[in-house]
Design a protein. Structure first.
Length: 135
């Protein structure tokens, strides 16, 4: 089973900005238990989507990373200052804006904001890096 929490990357400026979105459907498996009778998108899913976008941006944008051989993937290294302002409800489009700053050849500092229809739902600072995929 694969866990993709971004439907589409809509903008990719290597090493700078990544934008993407997810249409949050009531059929997502976590809504049946999070929370019964008041389904909201779990915060860990929001954080994971931010990390997936940052990793995709690092893999696509950095010339050094692109020159590496092997099966690589972007990974979440740390999260700080994550604030959830408004719940994200099902049947909404969630938009992610990621600003990246290169810290090392295989790591970026990330400032992310998340919005659901005209409302900032969350913002977060994180670090993402590159790792070899285990076989």
């Amino acid at each position: 089973m694969r866990f993709y929490f971004v439907d589409r990357i809509t903008e990719l400026t290597p090493g700078k900005t990544i934008r993407g979105f997810k249409n949050v459907s009531m059929s997502e498996p976590y809504f049946s238990t999070h929370f019964p009778r008041f389904p909201v998108l779990p915060g860990v899913i929001i954080i994971e989507a931010m990390a997936q976008l940052a990793g995709a941006g690092l893999l696509a944008g950095d010339p050094y990373v692109r020159s590496l051989s092997g099966d690589l993937l972007g990974v979440l290294a740390s999260v700080r200052k994550c604030v959830f302002k408004h719940p994200v409800l099902p049947e909404r489009d969630v938009h992610y804006t990621i600003q990246c700053r290169q810290m090392a050849p295989m790591a970026v500092q990330v400032a992310a904001s998340v919005s659901a229809p005209r409302t900032e739902a969350s913002h977060c600072e994180a670090r993402s890096g590159i790792a070899s995929r285990c076989s």
